[in-house]
Every structure is written in structure tokens, then in C-alpha cells.
Design a protein around this ligand. Sequence first.
Ligand code: 5GP
Ligand code: ZN
Length: 116
Amino acid sequence: MDNCIFCKIIKKEIPANKLYEDEHVLAFHDIHPAAPVHFLLIPKLHVDSLADVDDNHQNLLGRMLILAPRLAKEQGCAEGFRTIINTGRIGGQEVFHLHIHIIGGHQRLPGMIHQE
Ligand code: 5GP
Ligand code: ZN
């Protein structure tokens, strides 16, 4: 996808603070961290969002979920972390290339959704 910022990171057209890469996925630190640990895990295959996955993505999604706790632990999240996948407009997704946020740190994270 020509105009996708995460595809540009994959192609090394724009820099990112990378922490893991293999044939299928890339992980890099979020540019605006919400906690001491905040990185993004993305597939190298461009998929707009979680709303766009199908059976063909089964292996890829499995890989990402299995990798998430390993990378979180390597980043110091021994006592837990939060995974978030914002999806679509209502989900607050800003970058339309599927990504898992992995967020953690030293203190318990705040509650996720505040009812107004
Ligand atoms: P979303 O709201 O789509 O789930 O989250 C997108 C995330 O990508 C945000 O947390 C934002 O800070 C991060 N982000 C956006 N552009 C860049 C970038 O160019 N580099 C990095 N490292 N993170 C980015
Ligand atoms: Zn993309």
C-alpha cells in the first residue's frame, strides 16, 4: 500500500525503533508511548484492520499472538501487559495497517474504557 505509514516502516522508507523482525512480522516502539513499554506488532502483509482478516490470515494472526507475550517479556513486562487492537472508526484506529499495541510498565495500567 503506497500511502501506508507502516508499510513505509516495513520498507525502511521511514525510520522506526525496531525491536523484532522476521519474515512475517515487525515490532517497533510506538512514537507516542502511552506507558513505559509501548510497542506495536504488525504483519508485513498489509491488512487494513482486524475487520478485514479471513481464514487466509490464520497462521499470521497465530504467530502474532504467540510472539506478543515473548516480546513483552523481553521488554520487561514480566508481570503482565495489555494488548490492544483498535479497529475501525469506532475503535479509534488511526493507522489502517493492522497492529497490536503491547503496553506495560512497572505499575498497574488504568482501566481501559471510561463510560461518560
Ligand atoms: P491506532 O490508533 O491506529 O491503534 O494506533 C496507531 C499508533 O501508531 C499510535 O499509537 C501512534 O502513536 C503510532 N504511530 C503513528 N505513526 C507512527 C510512526 O511513524 N512511527 C511509530 N513508531 N509509531 C507511529
Ligand atoms: Zn500497510
